[in-house]
Design a protein around this ligand. Structure first.
Ligand SMILES: [Mn+2]
Length: 335
């Protein structure tokens, strides 16, 4: 993409693509009842952004029950901007959730690493934002043998992101850092499915015609639209801008031509809210701004896999859109 910023740096990737373990895929009731609870449903939730109460309410409405074999999957932007990122990550860990990394999670990871390698003082980084950063006399003591001069620091993120990073424990940061950018969910090919049998979860989007392994990490985290490469009917450039239509429309058209299409479940595009394409489901319904938190619930009966959307009104104090600051604090949704 052309509009990369310093704050967009992709934090080192542990695993680019993960496959959802087959024991977490719902099984039709006739298959087996042998070992403990069967996998019952997959509950895929859109961008939470630290809105813990909203997540809890949505799970309540869904009747989520890990003990009965429900499995939670998050589409990324689990953290940042909302009131309780730490509580959301805690809940995700407790429920054994799967998830993909979002651009905000990426920014939080980058901010945590940035602070750690520059003396470890989150307060300093929060306060540096908006200052001229030029005072040669601003030198802060960082404990024995360690001093950091504010003049030498050019922060990569806005204060919100440093604040979120400061609230996460080392264990929570580790959990976040280990998330893949793409999660593949292979439903058994011999069972009919309302979503098709090839599912993929990615935070922002994917470029049609490019194998999953070759998708560009930055665009998986940030893209919203596609432009056709000049003179190339079948090649696209991903872009962060909203564009006239989202990338999902092009993805849908592309899948129509394939013998084995892939459905993508994604988040990131709060402005477009719930998107129900033929092979694309967009779940960022702007809970952060006081709208809804949405879940795609996949269950299986003897007739096959079925899906439904369940939504819950925002239960946390929403974030009021403000003037754009640094990229990862920027509000990109219309009221
Ligand atoms: Mn996002």
């Amino acid at each position: 993409m052309t509009n990369k910023k310093p704050s967009d740096k992709v934090f080192p990737i542990t695993t680019f693509i993960s496959d959802l373990p087959t024991n977490l895929i719902p099984q039709p009731s006739f298959s087996s009842l042998e070992n403990g609870p069967q996998s019952r449903r997959l509950v895929i939730v859109g961008d939470i952004h630290g809105m813990r109460k909203s997540l809890e309410n949505l799970l309540k409405k869904v009747g989520f029950d890990k003990a009965k074999g429900d499995h939670l999957i998050l589409t990324g932007d689990i953290t940042n901007k909302g009131p309780d990122s730490s509580g959301v990550v805690d809940l995700a860990i407790k429920l054994g959730a799967s998830a993909v990394r979002g651009n905000h999670d990426n920014a939080v990871l980058d901010a945590a690493a940035e602070v750690a390698t520059n003396g470890g003082d989150f307060e300093l980084f929060k306060n540096l934002f908006g200052t001229s950063n030029t005072s040669e006399h601003t030198t802060l003591s960082e404990g024995p043998g360690k001093t950091v001069s504010a003049a030498n620091i050019k922060t990569r993120h806005g204060p919100t992101t440093y604040n979120t990073a400061s609230q996460l424990s080392a264990h929570q940061i580790e959990w976040l850092a280990a998330l893949p950018l793409i999660l593949r969910i292979q439903l058994p090919q011999d069972i009919p499915s309302s979503l098709g049998n090839n599912l993929v979860v990615a935070h922002a989007g994917l470029v049609p015609g490019v194998p999953l392994e070759e998708q560009e990490p930055h665009s998986v985290l940030h893209m919203r639209s596609l432009t056709r490469k000049l003179g190339q009917e079948d090649e696209f450039t991903p872009d962060e801008s909203f564009g006239e239509e989202g990338w999902a429309a092009e993805w849908d058209r592309w899948q129509e031509k394939l013998a084995s299409p892939t459905t993508v479940v994604f988040g990131h595009d709060a402005k477009r809210r719930l998107q129900l394409g033929t092979y694309t489901i967009g779940l960022d319904t702007a809970c952060l701004y006081g709208h809804q938190l949405s879940a795609l619930v996949i269950s299986v009966t003897d007739a096959g896999f079925e899906h439904q959307i369940i939504q819950m009104d925002c239960a946390d104090t929403p974030v009021v859109p403000t003037a754009p600051a640094k990229e990862d604090d920027k509000t990109t949704v219309d009221k």
